[in-house]
Every structure is written in structure tokens, then in C-alpha cells.
Design a protein around this ligand. Structure first.
Ligand code: GUN
Length: 293
């Protein structure tokens, strides 16, 4: 029997908790949490993601600011935007939406963000603390996946987790979190990537399979162990003539054929995506609360 890991419903439960937390903060005279997002250029996917973040802020009662800059912004100008947000006492946390244009040095921009406002968890200070299991901002997508596993009471202890993808945003932090001594956690983790040999041999041994490679329907039925928990991080645009936009979103997993083989599976949309947003909101509340003292 396959169960759907409903990220949408779980994110709504988290949003309800966040809404209550905001009400209680305001009731005791504390500041309303405020998230800012920097969007460079007009990549439609990035614009859509940032739009989801701004809308989520409104739903839970956070303030939000969208800082839009043109594609040809210079490195210095973008660093100046970051410095201003670092110094702005109204802004509790902020993100710089990726990808940035090719002429921008992403790493320099991410390192300019004050770690205490780095609600994306991309600054090396936060990444380092995560690796050492110290309190920090966790990157939103792996954090959301951990929450989803936790709230569905999925037993991860001693299980073999296989992660497809080694990005610094998803694959690498996911491996660290799943192998942590905790609940969820205590997995034995294999990280597969573009140079992995005999990939399907690895995926077929996964009790928990996390697909984060950005290739539509890459994970097929023959690659999945019966009873596995399958987490699909992919958000791929594929042509669809039946849609007004001419495209639809689909995951890295061939959901229709893989579904019946799993114990649990996340849909796309409605799985990991809403959990990513909810986690960013949780980090923003934490950033705000840390300034109370
Ligand atoms: N681009 C893709 N995922 C993310 C994310 O989690 N944060 C930011 N800032 N950019 C992204």
C-alpha cells in the first residue's frame, strides 16, 4: 500500500503554527517577523519561487520585502544591496534567489550575508555549523524533507538512504541531516552523482531514496526497491500542449509507474516544494526571535 507524503497539507499545519506564533508575538508587544528576498533578472522560475515566498509571508502574518534588480546589476551593486539588508533592523532574515547571472560571483554574495540573517542557510558559517550538528539555519529544502519525515512518523533509524545529487543546496546537506544521530536520522547514507557507476544498483538498495538531480522522470520503477520511501525534489518544466502556459511541472521520479512500488512517495507539485517554503518561514521566525533578547 502506497501512501502519499502530502507536503501541501503538512506545510499548512506548519503555517498554522507560524500564524499562532506571530499572534502571540504581537500580543506580547514583539516585532512582526520580516523576510526580504532579492531577485535579480527575470528568470520565470525564480520569479515564481520568490512569489510563493512572498505569498507565504502574507498567509502567516510576516512582513515581506521583494528587492528586484536588473540582470545587468554589477557585483558591487549587488553586494551593496546585501550590506543594506544586513544593516536594516526591520529585516530579520533575507535570501538572494539563485541562480544569479553568470557575471556574478555567487559565493562572494552568499558570504556577504550576515549569518544571523541567512535564513537560507547558505553561508559557510551556517553550513559548517550544520556539519558539526550545532544550532544554525538549515537550508530550507532538506529541512522541509526532515520535517515531512518526522511529521509522517516515518522510521529512518538504521535505514539505507540513497541521495541522487550532491548540490550544496540539497544533496550535500540532505546527506548530513539523514546521517545525524537523531530522529529523523541515523541513516546509512550513500550519495550518488553524475560520475556514479551502476547507479541503479545503488538506488535499488535504498530504503529511502531522495531524487535531487533536476531531470524529469529520471527515477524509473526498475530503480526502486519495493517498499521504499521516495522523496522527489525535482521541479522540472516539461512541454504540455493541454496547459495554457504550454508547460507543466514534473518531478525527477516517474511518479505514475513508481508509486505502486513504494511505501511512501512525495508528489510534484504538492510534496517537497511547499515544505521548502514552510521551512524558510520557520527560519525567519527563528531569526526574528533571536533578536528579541
Ligand atoms: N534556488 C533554488 N532553490 C533555492 C533556495 O532554496 N534558495 C534560494 N535563495 N535560491 C534557490
Amino acid at each position: 500500500m502506497t501512501s502519499i507524503l502530502d507536503g501541501k497539507a503538512t506545510s499548512l499545519a506548519i503555517e498554522a503554527e507560524l500564524t499562532d506564533a506571530v499572534t502571540s508575538r504581537l500580543g506580547s508587544g514583539k516585532k512582526r517577523p520580516h523576510l526580504a528576498a532579492v531577485l535579480v533578472g527575470d528568470n520565470p522560475a525564480s520569479r515564481a519561487y520568490v512569489g510563493h515566498k512572498v505569498k507565504a509571508c502574507a498567509r502567516v502574518g510576516f512582513e515581506s520585502t521583494l528587492v528586484e534588480r536588473p540582470l545587468d546589476i554589477s557585483q558591487e551593486e549587488l553586494l551593496q544591496v546585501v550590506h543594506e539588508l544586513n544593516l536594516d533592523p526591520e529585516v530579520d532574515g533575507f535570501i538572494v534567489q539563485l541562480p544569479l547571472p553568470d557575471h556574478i560571483n555567487d559565493q562572494e554574495v552568499l558570504e556577504a550575508v550576515l549569518p544571523s540573517k541567512d535564513v537560507d542557510g547558505f553561508h559557510p558559517v551556517n553550513a559548517g555549523k550544520m556539519a558539526l550538528d550545532l544550532p544554525c539555519f538549515l537550508p530550507a529544502t532538506p529541512m522541509g524533507i526532515m520535517s515531512l519525515l518526522e511529521r509522517a512518523n516515518i522510521d529512518t533509524q538504521g535505514k539505507h538512504a540513497v541521495i541522487l545529487g550532491r548540490s550544496s543546496i540539497v544533496g550535500t546537506p540532505m546527506a548530513l541531516l539523514l546521517r545525524r544521530n537523531g530522529v529523523p536520522g541515523n541513516c546509512t547514507v550513500t550519495v550518488c552523482h553524475s560520475r556514479t557507476q551502476d547507479l541503479a544498483d545503488h538506488t535499488r538498495r535504498a530504503d529511502i531514496l531522495v531524487a535531487a538531480i533536476g531531470r524529469a522522470h529520471f527515477v524509473t520503477e526498475d530503480m526502486v526497491k519495493p517498499g521504499a520511501v521516495v522523496i522527489d525534489v525535482g521541479i522540472n518544466r516539461i512541454p504540455d500542449a493541454t496547459k495554457k502556459s504550454g508547460h507543466r511541472l514534473t518531478g525527477d521520479v516517474d511518479f505514475d509507474n513508481v508509486k505502486s512500488k513504494c511505501s511512501w512517495i512525495t508528489p510534484v507539485p504538492g510534496g517537497v516544494g511547499p515544505m521548502t517554503i514552510a521551512s524558510l518561514m520557520q527560519n525567519t521566525l527563528t531569526a526574528c526571535a533571536q533578536k528579541d533578547a
